[in-house]
Design a protein around this ligand. Structure first.
Ligand SMILES: [Zn+2]
Length: 244
């Protein structure tokens, strides 16, 4: 398998995992930066993630132009991906989803914050992208690069942003990391709503705890965690685990 074939196989697995974990349904998508050309990225044609196969994966410029469409229709919201790769050269994978538990935190004035150690990579408080601020009333989709770049500015130097009334975007240096963050963003949101129901102050991870967890990940030990999670999720999704 070439490097590109391996990347495509992992991207197919990422789609199946995110569907199996309930992060995406018929909508939502995951991309990876092209392993040989940083000015390109790989993303499926418009298809439900749980159905995606290697032949569905298309190549795009950062501006969202398909290089090898061959009659395949791209996702309307592909600009989310290119805008983040353009703004953040160190990022190599992006997940966009409408996972349900995060939605209340984009609309009700309660910030999404990590209370579970696995959710430390979402950052101390997840920013919210408000499309109305720059674009007035829209159909809520990210339909061009101007909107994609505005969303990327909301992500800033972090790994995630909520999209008000719509969903979220998550980015990572590696595909397995981005999938991990997307899964635990949803898990944390669900747990935070449960914790808030007690009506008492919630004891979130401190800035120091987040920093120590991320420092451990930066030393490389975290990839073991990402890989372990990935192997289990592959099994759950009924697909082969490819050791990297
Ligand atoms: Zn969307």
């Amino acid at each position: 398998m070439s490097g590109l074939d391996e990347t495509i196989a992992d991207l197919v697995a990422a789609n199946r995992i995110l569907a199996s974990q309930g992060v995406v349904d018929g909508f939502g998508h995951v991309s990876v930066r092209h392993p040989e050309n940083p000015k390109r990225y790989l993303l499926s044609r418009a298809r439900p993630p749980e159905c995606i196969e290697a032949a569905d994966i298309m190549e795009f410029t950062l501006e969202g132009e398909a290089l090898d469409a061959r009659g395949r229709r791209p996702y309307n919201e592909r600009f989310i991906h290119g805008a983040l790769y353009e703004a953040r050269p160190e990022l190599n994978a992006v997940v966009h989803s409408h996972s349900p538990s995060v939605i209340p935190f984009g609309v009700a004035g309660e910030h999404l914050r990590p209370l579970l150690h696995m959710a430390a990579p979402i950052g101390a408080s997840v920013p919210i992208w408000e499309p109305r601020k720059s674009f007035g009333d829209t159909d809520m989709l990210v339909s061009d690069m101007a909107q994609g770049r505005d969303l990327a500015r909301a992500v800033g130097p972090g790994t995630a942003a909520l999209m008000r009334g719509h969903g979220s975007v998550v980015a990572g240096k590696f595909l397995r990391e981005a999938v991990y963050i997307a899964v635990y963003l949803e898990v944390n949101a669900h747990l935070q709503m449960d914790a808030l129901r007690f009506g008492k102050p919630v004891n979130y991870l401190s800035a120091g705890e987040i920093e120590k967890i991320l420092a451990r990940q930066a030393k490389g030990k975290a990839s073991e965690g990402f890989d372990r999670a990935w192997e289990g999720w592959c099994n759950r999704a009924g697909i082969a685990y490819l050791r990297r």
